[in-house]
Design a protein around this ligand. Structure first.
Ligand SMILES: [Zn+2]
Length: 383
């Protein structure tokens, strides 16, 4: 049992509350939130602000060893079936794969993520390599596996938190039926897929199925969320909303790959839960601050006015709601994952809006306090 007291952004709306005390039990769950003056092991100075740990809603932790190998290439040349990524995945040694995964985990912890949702390649071996590495890091990994030639979907799903399909072209009727039955029979089992990342994907889907890929995915799979939707149109978004499917966008990755900035405002306005992910580590480091600032700046330049608080939610509260896990907000029953920022730090001082400061000014060096499941990861004043 441990207690932390500080000013904090509390609950699903990240409401600013002064001098609040969080009690976390030995399993790492917040069991009480109170403004009463009771003792606490960690009393943060009044200039500090406590927020939920960041959740990276979409990442491929396995491809860090390809950092900057694909800049300037097309999406297909980078991640297509014969692209740079799959050549490396199939030719690299187990040791190389492990060091690539560990590099991604280390970056995510240092940059303030306390959870991430990974699209895992490499079948059962890929899942096990990530699980073995996770033991050494203060971060939670939700693993969405995918079937391959060796390992069928049923076995993948037993060892993972769900299924992450690469695209609609990887689906067939048998696979979809299997995925839907698995989802029905296993509480909390997730299902997601990459969609409408490029205009080429949509054209190919129209040519193959006579329908846009979002429609194909919705027709075939019982989905929790889709990744990208960069070129989703109004009808696509309405169908997603109608089917209660959330969207995770990856703006940094889209622009790195020469694609357009996603329609974040249209997604929010449609009432769809929006999450943000850093996507492939080979194209951008998993850094929540860069992702938030970049999203807000680019939204402005594409005439999409989005509030900093909505973007902060897309990396905290919303991913937890999307995957229906008790993470991403400081509420009773949720995991005690905290980040603390000293608002007197040079990057943050003088700001009149904490949400703007956190999303557009903070950097990883401003994380002065970090806790994962009630266990201290770092505290600047007490190294
Ligand atoms: Zn992806």
């Amino acid at each position: 049992m441990v207690a932390v007291r500080a000013n904090a952004l509390v609950g699903p709306d990240l409401e600013f509350v002064e001098n609040v005390r969080f009690q976390v039990d030995s399993d790492g769950t917040i069991i009480d939130i109170s403004e009463e003056e009771k003792p606490a092991e960690y009393v943060l100075p009044s200039s500090y602000l406590l927020i939920p740990g960041f959740v990276n809603a979409h990442v491929h932790v396995g491809d860090a060893y390809l950092k900057d190998h694909t800049y300037g290439l097309s999406l297909d040349e980078a991640v297509g079936p014969t692209g740079v990524k799959y050549k490396k995945l199939s030719s690299s040694t187990t040791e190389e794969k492990i060091s690539s995964i560990r590099n991604s985990l280390e970056m995510q912890v240092n940059n303030g993520f306390t959870s991430f949702i990974d699209f895992r390649e490499g079948g059962l071996q890929g899942i096990n390599l990530l699980k073995e590495s996770l033991v050494d890091f203060p971060i939670r990994g939700l693993i969405l596996g995918r079937p391959d030639n060796k390992d069928p979907l049923v076995e993948i799903s037993q060892q993972s938190d769900g299924t992450g399909f690469p695209d609609v072209f990887s689906l067939d009727d048998v696979l979809c039926e299997e995925a839907n039955i698995l989802k029905e029979n296993k509480v909390g089992h997730l299902c997601a897929i990459h969609v409408s990342e490029s205009l080429e994907v949509i054209s190919r889907s129209l040519a193959t199925f006579g329908k846009r890929d979002i429609e194909v995915a919705i027709d075939q799979l019982d989905l929790d969320f889709v990744i990208h939707a960069t070129y989703a149109d109004e009808n696509d978004l309405q169908s997603l909303k109608k089917n209660n499917i959330s969207v995770v966008c990856c703006p940094l990755s889209n622009l790195y790959n020469g694609l357009d900035f996603p329609p974040l405002k249209a997604i929010i306005d449609e009432g769809i839960l929006l999450g943000l992910g850093s996507d492939n580590v080979f194209c951008c480091n998993p850094d929540p601050f860069r992702l938030m600032a970049f999203s807000l700046y680019n939204a402005r330049s594409t005439k999409q006015l989005i509030s900093p608080k909505d973007i902060l939610k897309a990396l905290t509260v919303n991913p937890g709601l999307i995957i229906q896990r008790k993470i991403g907000q400081l509420s009773v029953g949720y995991s005690g994952d905290f980040l603390g920022f000293d608002l007197n730090n040079p990057n943050l001082s003088f700001s009149k809006d904490v949400y703007a400061a956190l999303t557009m000014r903070a950097t990883p060096i401003d994380i002065d306090f970090q806790m994962y499941k009630g266990r201290l990861v770092k505290w600047k004043n007490q190294k």
